[in-house]
Every structure is written in structure tokens, then in C-alpha cells.
Ligand binder design. Structure first.
Ligand code: GTQ
Length: 345
């Protein structure tokens, strides 16, 4: 590739004339916006061990009352983007949220899509457009774009969950905003009860559910059982992995970020090809290592890490007796919609 002309090569008065007219020469910056072969990624492989952040999150519970926080969250920020950007990758936002017994986080809705992966505690719930979704360890609860949601806690221990949002992307689009309040919802569905069994879907009076988000809560007990059944049904399967889907359409459960759960069998080592999507691994049960070229993270329970796109990953379960369960979030659905998703073998 040719070396291109630099800004300094241009006469000062020419550069000022351009600036005056809001004009910029492309060639000095062409290689940085279109680098050869592979994009420049700011996202750095980064790990947030739960045991190190937990005391600081609980301390936030003492320092900042709910009225002063609305959402009491410590953001898992990627240093490659600058911590003030509050993003784990170019598209993914991660936050650890704390709710103490008796507290509530007020009803609101916003344009970014959110999900919650419950990390610890019991007795809390999120109410999404009137559907009360109990929060138990490992459950995934959707709060999709535009749906009202509030959090409450009737239990006796602090509750912590991992928020995953497409906020960086929506903010970049200049489309991020929130509305407070919300209407009264009367009848409350139980979507995770309605879609309990794979292969069948509710069809009252021969009618199927046409809502964009028919299922809002994916209980960990069901997902774990699905992984175990999958492992048992096919011992030769390449990876024991399930996607969180819209059960009416089979599509990803949200439009921008995708979610899956993976079981590493005892002693299993899994090589994941480099994919264009950035991703997040959160350890639900057991332990696993997540290795890339220049980093290795040993995840224990509730630890979270993020990995940039275009990066091959090796996952390994170092236990010879216990399975390891990982929750994975990535921006593959978004990239697929744009026609930019790649897997590099
Ligand atoms: O719980 O609604 O981590 O609105 C960031 C923004 C959580 C929430 C976050 C939010 C929420």
C-alpha cells in the first residue's frame, strides 16, 4: 500500500482555507478510517472479577440512596474506549445493579434495549409492561425498547444483576432517551409459563401471539435443563450452546444484541473462530478460562469479561468433574442485519 500524503505536507494557508469552509482532505486520514484487512478496534479484552467489584457496589448502597441514583449501577467500562464513555464495546453497555431489600427503582422506558442477567439474591423482581418477572440467579429478563420497567425487592438480602444494553449504539445514533411514569397495567401475563415447553407455543382460539417480544423471562432452571438435555442427546455435538430466541419466530430475542448460554463439559476446550462481533462472557456456574492472543481471564462464578470483534477465543473448563456454564452477549444480530457479520476461519 502506498504511503499517503500527510496534513503537514499541505501549505498552511490551504489548510486554513479548507477549515474555514468546513472541508477536510480525506487522504491524510484514509488509512485510519479504512485500515487494510482488519478494523482498528478500541475495545480491549477486559475482565471484571465479581469479588472485587461486589464490595464497591455494596458500598454504593451505603453512600447513595435510591432517590439519588434511580438506578444504582456500577458500569463495567472498557478502558480502550475511555471509562467516561461507559461502554464495554462499541455497541455493548454492561452495568452491575444493586437493589437492597425494600427498595424500588421507578418505572421508566427508553429507546435502548436492555436485558438483566441475575447474579445474586432472591425476592426481587422486574415488572415489564405489567408482567412481574421474579429474579433468580441465572435468569434472563428482557426489557426491550419502549417497554415500561421498574424494579422492586421483597426479599431480605441485597440483589445484584448484570444489565446488558445496546446503549452505546443507540446513543451514537442520537436516538437514546428515557420517559418516566407509565400507565397502569391491569392483567399480568406469565410469559415464561406460557412458553415453558419447546416445540409448542400458545394458540388460544387458534391465534398466535404477534407481539415482538412474547417471552420476557428465561428462567435459568429451564435454560440449564435445555443445555443438559442437548449434551445428553448428542455426545458428539461441537458445542453445547443455546440461543435466547423469540419462541414465536425463532429469531434472536432482541434485534441488536444476541444472547446465548453455553455449557463447557468437564475438561472441554473450545476454539471459537474470530467473528466480527464483539462479545461478553459471564460465568453463571463453575469456572472457565477465556483466552485471546494477548490476554487470558480465569472466570469464576459471576465474573464478566468482554472481547473485541475479529478475535479468536479459546474457552476451557479446567474442572474434570463439573460442567461450566457461560452466558454470552454479542452484537451479531445487528451486524447480520447490516450484512457485515463475518466468521474468519
Ligand atoms: O435498570 O432500567 O444499567 O435504564 C442503565 C440504564 C439499567 C434500568 C442500567 C437503565 C437501567
Amino acid at each position: 500500500m502506498h504511503e499517503l500524503g500527510r496534513l503537514e505536507d499541505l501549505p498552511e494557508d490551504y489548510r486554513s482555507a479548507l477549515t474555514e469552509l468546513n472541508l477536510v482532505p480525506l487522504w491524510p486520514s484514509l488509512r485510519s478510517v479504512l485500515p487494510p484487512g482488519k478494523p482498528a478496534v478500541r475495545t480491549k479484552p477486559t475482565c471484571w472479577p465479581y469479588q472485587t467489584l461486589r464490595p464497591l457496589l455494596l458500598k454504593a448502597g451505603e453512600l447513595t440512596p435510591m432517590e439519588k441514583a434511580e438506578r444504582r449501577v456500577l458500569v463495567l467500562a472498557n478502558p480502550g474506549h475511555g471509562l467516561e464513555k461507559m461502554q464495554a464495546s462499541s455497541t455493548i453497555y454492561l452495568g452491575m445493579q444493586l437493589l437492597l431489600p425494600g427498595e424500588t427503582a421507578p418505572n421508566h422506558r427508553h429507546t435502548p434495549n436492555a436485558v438483566r442477567m441475575i447474579v445474586e439474591g432472591g425476592g426481587a423482581y422486574t415488572t415489564v409492561n405489567g408482567e412481574k418477572c421474579p429474579m433468580e440467579r441465572g435468569d434472563l429478563i428482557l426489557t426491550p425498547t419502549g417497554m415500561w420497567h421498574e424494579h422492586g425487592h421483597d426479599g431480605s438480602e441485597p440483589v445484584v444483576w448484570l444489565d446488558v444494553l445496546d446503549l452505546p449504539l443507540v446513543y451514537y445514533m442520537e436516538a437514546s432517551y428515557v420517559m418516566e411514569g407509565g400507565p397502569e397495567f391491569g392483567h399480568s401475563d406469565d410469559s415464561s409459563g406460557a412458553y415453558r415447553r419447546g416445540g409448542v407455543a400458545p394458540s388460544p382460539m387458534f391465534e398466535r401471539n404477534k407481539s415482538a417480544f412474547p417471552l420476557l423471562r428465561y428462567p435459568w432452571a429451564e435454560v440449564r435443563a435445555a443445555l443438559q438435555a442437548l449434551a445428553a442427546s448428542d455426545a458428539a455435538i461441537e458445542s453445547v450452546q443455546v440461543s435466547y430466541i423469540n419462541p414465536e419466530t425463532g429469531d434472536d430475542c432482541q434485534k441488536i444484541l444476541g444472547y446465548s448460554a453455553l455449557m463447557l463439559r468437564p475438561g472441554e476446550r473450545l476454539q471459537l473462530s474470530a467473528r466480527s462481533s464483539s462479545c461478553v462472557f459471564h460465568q453463571i456456574e463453575g469456572g472457565a478460562s477465556v483466552s485471546v492472543d494477548n490476554a487470558e481471564f480465569r472466570l469464576g462464578e459471576a465474573d464478566t469479561c468482554c472481547i473485541p470483534g475479529y478475535t479468536a477465543v479459546v474457552l476451557e473448563n479446567h474442572s474434570s468433574t463439573e460442567p461450566a456454564y457461560l452466558f454470552i452477549a454479542d452484537d451479531a444480530p445487528f451486524q447480520k442485519k447490516l450484512g457485515m457479520y463475518e466468521v474468519r476461519k
